[in-house]
Design a protein around this ligand. Sequence first.
Ligand code: SF4
Length: 509
Amino acid sequence: MMILLKDMRSLSFFWDFRNDAILLARNGRIKRDQIQQKCRYRAREMISDRLSARSIDCIMKPRVYIETLGCQMNVADTERAATNLRASGYDLCDSESEADVVLLNTCSVREKAEQKVFTRIGEVRAARPNDRRLKVGVMGCVAQLEGASIFRQAPSVDLIIGTRATDRVAALIDRVRDGERKVIDLDERGQHDSWEVSPVERHSPHVAFIPIIEGCNKFCSFCIVPYSRGREKSRPAAEIVEEAHRLKNLGYKEIHLIGQNVNSYRPGVEDGLEGFRGATLFSRLLRAVAATEMPRIKFTTSFPRDFHPDIITAIEENANLCDWIHLPVQSGSDRILKLMRRGHTRADYLKRIERIRASTRKLALTSDVIVGFPGETEEDFRETLSLVQQCDYDSLYIFKYSKRRGTPAASFTDTVSEDEKKARFLELEEVHRKAQREVYRSYIGRKLSVLAERKSSRSESDLSGHSTCHKVVNFTGSSKLEGEIVDVVVTEAKRNSLYGDLVERAGVA
Ligand code: SF4
């Protein structure tokens, strides 16, 4: 049995246990990654009999496992933290059982998600009860909101990393490893923090997230985000455009411009937008990013009040701006929208939908709705039902309202019983499903441009990817097509996905 001791560019040192010898491998003649994955943690235990702890740390980089819960912003934060860790000499691993440090990147949008974090902390510790080397940290929204109280609720936690501390993760772990107890960082981002993400840390080799705005100023009464993520802060356009260029040169086929409200984008400077017209800074940014010729550009999430019709004009002008809009409405009742402090009415929202539907391109539309908000009457709910019928959404994410501690709505009297919330959820879901079936069926016979992202989980011979209109599309094709944009003719509409035939063409099929 051999154990990887040290890994240096093209050279690797292995310890051959049977012969008690150190071996040298050049350019991975031994399957390096496999050995690392399977043996690393065990190796530490085995060689610790022979070497001091200090020498073990010298020859083996500490390994960090980051578990990501929640939204795309958390995925982007994990990528950034991983970049920082790798640059500081840490290794990242894919399983908590191999890790020296386990970080839980958390979501606080619902109270249940928050409770889940404490369950996970218990599970991680219970799996290795006698391992004193193991360090456990909480990062992300729960860390930012709950702060030091996490140490009281879960004394086995060693460090707490707030939402703006992703670029300081390595330094914080260093402090814990140096013996400091209970390390916490809830501070703001540093002035010179870098948004750079190393390609190896990206969640996909074909699709990349580019955060363009962080935080939220809207303070909807049910939402915790303005407290966990702070106020809106937009990245300079020049940086975003440069990142898009870089990703294109690296071979990425699709980027998602992400943020809690992308269309509220307001950087303090206009650098990078010179020469790009538009009614808002966001629509100018869309045009500037489209000019990089990145094959596919998506953006999410859009806030209805800030959704200017010029966004649609920009999509009509640029084929690489994808034909998909996610525009959360939350309720169809003006009374409830006011209680939610959404800042838009039903009529405002429908006006925007009218423009989307009148576009020269067929645009897919998705949304979010909350049912059972405090004070929602049967009549209010009927208004939501009728709005959903009117909008013919391609997809709808329906949530039953649940109180979120720390938000204004938490003090409202919850007038809708759990049974009623469930009944409204099911009724709305049925109405939406009916419309969605028709929307999906309307794609049968149409040719969609699909980015083949991975092998399908259902069949070895199938590939799975997304269309420009953000539908999951499965089709039979060789794995050589992974990472390619191909044309697929839709033959079948399933509940949440489409199935189709690859259009054979030279060099692709
Ligand atoms: S717009 Fe409202 S729902 Fe969206 S993140 Fe901001 S506060 Fe939350």
